[in-house]
Design a protein around this ligand. Sequence first.
Ligand SMILES: [Zn+2]
Length: 287
Amino acid sequence: MKNHLIPRVLEVRAPTAPALPLVFDSPHSGTDYPDDFDHLAPVSAVRKAEDTFVDELFQAAPAQGAALLRALFPRSYIDPNRAAGDLDVSMIEGEWTGPLAPSPKSVLGLGLLWSRYPPGLPLYGRKLSVAEVLGRIENYHRPYHDTLRRALDHAHARFGVVWHIDCHSMPALSNEMAAEGPGISRPDFTLGDRDGTTCAAEFTAAVRAALTAQGYRVSVNDPYKGAELVRAWSAPRDGRHSLQIEINRRLYMNEKTFEKTQGFEKLQANLTRLIETLAIFARDRVR
Ligand SMILES: [Zn+2]
């Protein structure tokens, strides 16, 4: 695994310490807004879709022997954490002949391409062309998944096992488009293993124990179970373990101004300790 950059799309940072079968990815922290996005919604509303600074929170991963992949494009442009066919075709002009398997997220307007943003207003003042949608899939979604899969395959080929942490953040309070309605306070962290199907229980337990020991309130599979990135490439029985981690934004940023708060450094230091703990977890199991 080498350092790798696709400008405006993604960056991989290879381990700078002896490599371990650990891969972190941050799919929603990108802030490089493509010139052809052409959305109707105000920038301040569109930016709320970002998991701002999550890549920075995990920047110590390579120094602990882990690979770190981060998206540079914003999630509101195309969401790597959805399947390529998770589309609402009513937002596309012309006949769509590409992949199509809409989930309830697409019905909500929060599929591969968002059609709405909270509290449910239209993201675009136009339809998207077929070429535009195919271009976003080919140039952003596909390279992201291909790069993640290669990083996981690389580690798995060498060690026979790989642990993948898919890193996100969540608003302090649920919004109007959340299944449970607006205004619900979120825990400090939510871990998602899709009800125990994307990794061994001991991995979820290890992350939960490490965060709980730091004094955080941690929930599992509630309100987030994990989505496409932990589903797509995991196979726990084959030694491929993926876990989603959601960090409460109130721990590190002002959600209105998109600025780091005083809590950022402490959280980053605590996550560096989490990465160290997971490096030991991995080392103990590949010896
Ligand atoms: Zn996210």
